[in-house]
Design a protein around this ligand. Structure first.
Ligand code: NG6
Ligand code: CA
Length: 506
């Protein structure tokens, strides 16, 4: 009897010890919710009043909201390149907005952010928009295993919208395979010329469209929407844009649930709120702001679902959640979807000038929220200067991985800032516009280098911030970049030019 009692006690102690040991040793999961084209002012917690975003606001309340966080670029592909490599995209040719048939732009020899986390024992996944190219220089055969891709650069699992929703091929790729593909109806893709002169296009057959292009986007029609590029075949594999959010959330649910006992890194890259903006019927028409507002509601739902999945799996205490965007807002990005007409009083860039594509602040200053139950202070804001390029080295610190010399060359560890333990952060950062005009922020000062690029993106009606002469703004006095004070501060201009030149040298 006594023996049995003793044995029970010993077993109980052993169980408690093992359990606390495993909790202690378990590295935190990391989820990066990376939205598309979400502007600084699009969320309630960043000042929007014309639209309700309760789930994203709740996320901000559960953690810290950053007010001075930046993407490295005002467009998608270079921002994502920098995020995953820890290197400014402007250092490498061929990292501009990728066509839908681009080959993988990250060399497979790179130790990427997920590759670095794998070394620390993380299981890694990307679910959502990729837009970093796939396959090698020979071009992609969409009917065979597609490689190299995420797997070759550090992701154990991938479920992709290969480029963007507005580019062909309009199919999902899961772990190197187009899903639901019928081999007898192979996919062909061309960005150069139509593949079948009889096939309908948005240009020839506007009567077939449920959403009409405003500029570009007038080639192959899929799901009543004309796209950039031509494709034939793959009929059984074609996606339905209205299901994007549901499909991605389902995949995230399956992934998180399957990995809940391992440390995992999930790069969850939403399609929302990029064009074409085609919300599910649950959200369509609900915002009063047209499709752009509707997909914002859908994005809010998505964030609520991700949080519910984490809660259900009891993972909130052990998961660092980061929410941000790849570049700033755009209103008309190529479809006549009433975004301009129904914008009303909403200011998607907040107080900032410009937008997606621009050297002005609204191009790269984005919402950035960090939440980690019990670890990151709740309901706070942090105005530290923060660049997404620093996520690499900061995650490395969190995971206990050493970043080798030459790896992630522009990334610095600012984990204490990310966790809101300090506001002491980077002294400067570099931003890149569509035309690769570089800007430098140092404290309150912003310098935009002279550029021969156009002043306006006429299609999207965005001020690009290009001028042939140097521009200098005092972001504290003039966050809207309305007064170029370069002439009044020649020394400051010189100092910033010299620093930018040094950074460019690497
Ligand atoms: C532009 C597209 C725009 C969008 C953008 C990429 C045209 C006329 N415009 O070239 O619609 O797809 O590329 O957006 O084709 S991003 O967020 O992925 O960078
Ligand atoms: Ca984008």
């Amino acid at each position: 009897m006594v023996n049995r009692f003793l044995l029970a006690i010993i077993l109980l102690f052993a169980a408690v010890a093992t359990n606390s040991q495993s909790v202690k040793n378990k590295k935190p999961n990391i989820i990066l919710i990376y939205t598309d084209d979400l502007g600084y002012g699009d969320l309630g917690c960043y000042g929007a009043t014309a639209i309700a975003t309760p789930n994203m606001d709740a996320l901000a309340k559960s953690g810290t909201r950053f007010t001075n966080a930046h993407t490295t670029s005002a467009t998608c592909t270079p921002s994502r390149f920098s995020l995953l490599t820890g290197k400014y995209a402007w250092r490498k040719q061929g990292t501009g907005i990728a066509p839908g048939d681009a080959s993988l732009i990250i060399p497979v020899t790179t130790t990427t952010l997920p590759g670095m986390l794998q070394k620390a024992g993380y299981h890694t996944a990307v679910i959502g928009k990729w837009h970093l190219g796939l396959g090698d220089a020979k071009g992609i055969n969409w009917n065979e295993p597609i490689k190299p891709g995420p797997k070759e650069i550090g992701f154990n699992y991938s479920f992709l919208i290969p480029a963007t929703g507005d580019r062909v091929p309009c199919v999902f790729v899961e772990n190197q395979q187009v899903i639901n593909l019928d081999k007898s109806d192979p996919i062909k893709v061309s960005y150069a010329a139509p593949l079948d002169s009889n096939a309908a296009t948005g240009k020839k057959n506007p009567e077939l469209l449920k959403m009409h292009p405003s500029h570009g986007h007038d080639m192959t029609i899929v799901n009543g929407i004309s796209r950039i590029g031509y494709m034939t075949g793959g009929t059984s594999a074609l996606w339905k844009d209205e299901d994007f959010a549901d499909v991605l959330v389902q995949k995230a649910n399956a992934y998180i649930t399957s990995q809940k006992n391992n440390p995992f890194f999930l790069y969850f890259a939403t399609h929302d709120i990029h064009v074409p903006r085609t919300a599910h019927a649950r959200f369509a028409g609900k915002s009063g702001m047209g499709p752009r507002g509707d997909v914002l509601l859908q994005l809010d739902w998505t964030v609520g679902e991700i949080m519910a999945i984490l809660k259900k799996n009891n993972l909130l205490e052990n998961t660092l959640i980061i929410f941000s965007s790849d570049n700033g807002h755009v209103i008309d990005d190529g479809y006549k979807d009433d975004a301009v007409e129904k914008l009303g009083t909403h200011k998607p860039g907040g107080i900032y000038r410009g937008g997606k594509y621009s050297a002005f602040e609204a191009g790269t200053r984005v919402p950035f929220i960090v939440s980690w139950k019990g670890k990151v202070a709740a309901g706070k804001t942090n105005d530290a200067l923060f660049s997404q390029v620093d996520l690499y080295a900061s995650f490395a610190k969190l995971a206990g991985v050493k970043v080798e010399a030459g790896q992630a060359p522009d990334s610095k560890n600012y984990l204490p800032v990310l966790l809101n333990q300090t506001k002491q952060s980077r002294e400067y950062l570099v931003e890149q516009s569509l035309n690769s005009t570089l800007s430098l922020i140092v404290g309150q000062w912003k310098y935009i280098e002279p550029s021969k690029g156009p002043k306006m993106n006429k299609d999207t009606n965005t001020e690009l911030g290009n001028l042939p002469e140097p521009q200098l703004y005092n972001l504290t006095d003039d966050p809207g970049e309305t007064k170029n004070v370069a002439a009044a501060h020649p020394e400051k201009v010189k100092e910033m030019q010299a620093l930018l030149a040094k950074i460019k040298e690497g």
